[in-house]
Design a protein around this ligand. Sequence first.
Ligand SMILES: NC(=O)c1ccc[n+]([C@@H]2O[C@H](COP(=O)([O-])OP(=O)(O)OC[C@H]3O[C@@H](n4cnc5c(N)ncnc54)[C@H](OP(=O)(O)O)[C@@H]3O)[C@@H](O)[C@H]2O)c1
Length: 281
Amino acid sequence: MRDMEQEKSIFITGSSTGIGKACALHFDRLGYRVFAGVRKKADADSLRQEASDRLVPVTIDVTDPALIMKAAGNVAKRSGEGLYGLLNNAGIGAGGPVEFLDMEKVESVIRVNLLGMIAVTSAFLPMIRKSRGRIVNIGSISGMLALPGASPYAASKFAVEAFTDSLRLEMRPHGVRVSLVQPGDTESSIWSKVQKNFSPVYRTDQVRSLYGFVIDPIRQALEHPRLQPVEKVVNAVEHAFLSAKPRSRYRVGRDARIFAMVRHLPDSVRDRLVMRGLERQ
Ligand SMILES: NC(=O)c1ccc[n+]([C@@H]2O[C@H](COP(=O)([O-])OP(=O)(O)OC[C@H]3O[C@@H](n4cnc5c(N)ncnc54)[C@H](OP(=O)(O)O)[C@@H]3O)[C@@H](O)[C@H]2O)c1
């Protein structure tokens, strides 16, 4: 690991809760200047209370081009030595059987998880390129293996993987290192949010008779999630930003390592394993 370098600054999207907040507070404790992206004033206030005076909350909604440009301008003005790191973390979940998906939810998951990441990266890239800094994108195990009932989220996270691969190669001649962190199921607010948004349509007899084999395991997983501590993801993000030899991919958790193996199996074998796994839930 490098020594702590006081002047370095990192911009993090989605710092109000979960992985983003844990990373913001962690890098603040390490002595970095953290620009913590939030959408609500209350989240800015609570971060200010929990962190040192170095931490600067920055208002940003990753689906709003004007707010992205304003945030990039603010960070450029206040980052002194230049911006060293960008952590693209903001994300939302959405799922359900394809036949009954709510298209508004599908669009918003793609808008936040994929288009938002691309727009933020593009706006902050000149700063990161100048400092020969680092970019870390938060993907998911759903970006390695697309389970039934997770198509919108998985599609967004597979696309994040493709985007990160392409960006990593574009940044190579510029000395900017790009990493993808793929957490397994992790403690955060995302679980209660997905549970709250679980459409009542999926509880109807019609949907359950057709897709109970998809819906029931999702409900079971949401009601009794087996979650790893958020610190495991924070450690991977720290390695990606601070190690002299950052990895291109970090698979965080036992489920992530299993998904990474299963993805390479022939389709017929993989499908059988996934369906058997659903039956066992
Ligand atoms: N927890 C897991 O099991 C897990 C596993 C794999 C991958 N991930 C990924 O990890 C990342 C962080 O999620 P989390 O688990 O920490 O969930 P979380 O606690 O729900 O945090 C999500 C963050 O994203 C922000 N966000 C949502 N929509 C946004 C928008 N339009 N613009 C800006 N920020 C927005 C939220 O802000 P508000 O509070 O303002 O809504 C919040 O700060 C996501 O990309 C997620 O897909 C999580």
